[in-house]
Every structure is written in structure tokens, then in C-alpha cells.
Design a protein around this ligand. Structure first.
Ligand code: SAM
Length: 286
């Protein structure tokens, strides 16, 4: 079995199959032998089936296939077909679906291919589309237990930030609405071929049992957090007044009724405080 995390072996396989890496598709392939086994252990800890996004040459896919009953890998680049045919030849529990993960109906894919199984998502995500993929996975209401993904370190810090800290943004609150995030480990840039300009980190988003934690209308909640973080360094009153198209006095009244400091900034609020604002403005939000 070829060692896909070995630089020379990987280059030889890609060359043999006439494959050239595409920067536009975020094709930075992992060449650190320690990373994929750890990611696969995490993803398979609470699932027996895995949806992988972007198998590339298959380095993570192989580790997932060794641990899971079934792996469905979604790859946008058809040119990787001969590469994956070679590298995954000995794994009959892997199915590669060629297409754009943002356009595939994942609920249907689960019904068709993974019904009745405990499912997790695992991926070394293409950096150009990290947040849209994560939000799509969370918003699609998929029957999955967890999402274990490699993202840029800066994105990992924001996605896993504690509420009420300087690092948090709209995506922090959005993620916490759906799941419990944790940062697992950092991965330096020279773990990839070619090396990207920044370091990375592996995060895990635990989804199981989270959906009923916040008693709030989701539409109002997302409008409020989008508005609250729309202008960095401005006060919450200015952001909400601007983003929700309500006059400042109305926002002061809402903050007072929720017992939130009139001078607060969005990054200082807890999930419970955002929920309270969303429940109060529910009728007025346009
Ligand atoms: N898993 C491999 C590894 O760790 O070496 C490759 C990871 S590479 C960072 C990202 C992979 O995602 C590439 O294979 C790329 O072609 C694929 N990809 C990019 N955009 C995609 C999309 N919208 N849908 C599915 N796959 C995509």
C-alpha cells in the first residue's frame, strides 16, 4: 500500500496520472503522516459512516476507510478520478461522488447511501470556501453527529472562540447556535504540498443533542447577530440600529428590557443575551 503522506510517493502518483494541482480549488495536499490518523480517530469516535469533502489524492480517505464501515467522499475535480481509482483500489467501503459539495443535496445523499448509520463529516477543507461549507452543513439540518475539519488557524480561532471575547464574530455565534465547537490541534503550513501562506488547525463541531438548547426564533436570531457584528469597533446600539433599521431609542429600550449595558459591543455579549434581544425584537425585525 502506497504511503500517500510521503512527498515523493504522492508526486509520483500525481505525475503518473497526469494530474496538476489547482490553486483555485484549494488543492494543498497533506504530507504529514501524523495528521490524518488523528483526524480519522476523532471523526470515527462517534460514527460508523463518514462523509468526506475533497478527498484530493485520498490520504485522509484511506485512514477513514480503515476505521469506518462506509465512506462517501465528494470531490469537485474530475481530474482526480484516475488518481483516486489507484489510491483507493483496495478499499471497497469507499464511494467517490464527483460534484460540488455546495450543490449536492446532502440529505438525499444520506437517504440514498447511508440510511440508518451514525454519520460524521470529516475533511481537510478547501480554504477558499471554508465558512460557506461549514454554515451549509450546519444549516442543512443533516442527520450527523459531528464535523471534524481542518481549516485555517485564524478561522479555527474565530469558529471556536468563547462568546464575550475579542476573537468572536457573527460566525462564532452562528456556530454555537448549532453545535459545541472545540479546537483539537494545530497543523503547521509545511505539513502540506504546496505549503499555504498560513498555518492550520483541526476543529470538531459536536452537533448531537444541540438543536433545542436556545429557545429563540432562528430567523430573528441570525438577523440580530448579523447586525451586531456588521461594524467592528462600533457600539451594539449603532450596529443594531443600522442593521435592523430601527431608531436608536427603540434599541436602547430593547437593551434596557434585556438588562444589557447601553454601551456594550457585540463581542461582549453571551448567547443568552443575543437570544434575549432576538426574542424582544422578533416582531419588529424587517
Ligand atoms: N483531503 C486531501 C488532503 O488532505 O490532502 C485534499 C484536501 S485539499 C485542501 C481540498 C480538496 O477539496 C481538493 O481535492 C479540492 O479539489 C476539493 N474541493 C474544492 N472545492 C470543492 C467543492 N466545492 N466541493 C467538493 N470538493 C472540493
Amino acid at each position: 500500500m502506497a504511503d500517500l503522506s510521503n512527498f515523493k510517493t504522492l508526486c509520483a502518483i500525481l505525475e503518473r496520472n497526469g494530474f496538476n494541482l489547482k490553486k483555485s480549488l484549494g488543492q494543498n495536499f497533506l504530507i504529514d503522516p501524523t495528521v490524518c490518523p488523528q483526524m480519522a480517530d476523532e471523526a470515527c469516535a462517534d460514527a460508523d459512516a463518514i462523509i468526506e469533502i475533497g478527498p484530493g489524492a485520498g490520504v485522509l480517505t484511506v485512514e477513514l476507510a480503515k476505521r469506518a464501515k462506509k465512506v462517501v467522499s465528494i470531490e469537485i475535480d474530475e481530474k482526480l478520478r484516475p488518481v483516486l481509482k489507484e489510491t483507493l483500489a483496495e478499499y471497497d467501503n469507499v464511494e467517490v461522488v464527483f460534484g460540488d459539495v455546495m450543490k449536492i443535496d446532502l440529505n438525499k445523499l444520506i437517504d440514498d447511501k447511508l440510511q440508518g448509520m451514525k454519520i460524521a463529516v470529516c475533511a481537510n477543507l478547501p480554504y477558499y470556501i471554508t465558512s460557506p461549507i461549514i454554515m451549509m452543513l450546519l444549516e442543512s439540518n443533516l442527520a450527523i453527529e459531528s464535523i471534524t475539519v481542518m481549516v485555517q488557524k485564524e478561522a479555527a480561532d474565530r469558529l471556536c472562540a468563547e462568546m464575550g471575547t475579542r476573537e468572536c464574530g457573527a460566525v462564532t455565534a452562528a456556530v454555537r447556535f448549532y453545535c459545541t465547537p472545540s479546537l483539537l490541534f494545530n497543523v503547521p503550513r509545511d505539513s502540506f504540498m504546496p505549503p499555504p501562506k498560513v498555518d492550520s488547525a483541526v476543529i470538531k463541531l459536536d452537533i448531537s443533542g444541540k438543536e433545542k438548547e436556545y429557545d429563540v426564533d432562528a430567523v430573528s436570531f441570525f438577523k440580530v447577530i448579523k447586525a451586531a457584528f456588521s461594524m467592528r469597533r462600533k457600539t451594539l446600539v449603532n450596529c443594531l440600529s443600522n442593521g435592523l433599521k430601527m431608531d436608536k431609542q427603540a434599541i436602547y429600550d430593547i437593551l434596557d428590557s434585556c438588562e444589557i449595558d447601553r454601551n456594550a459591543r457585540g463581542e461582549q455579549l453571551s448567547m443568552e443575551q443575543f437570544t434575549a434581544i432576538a426574542n424582544t425584537v422578533k416582531k419588529d425585525v424587517k
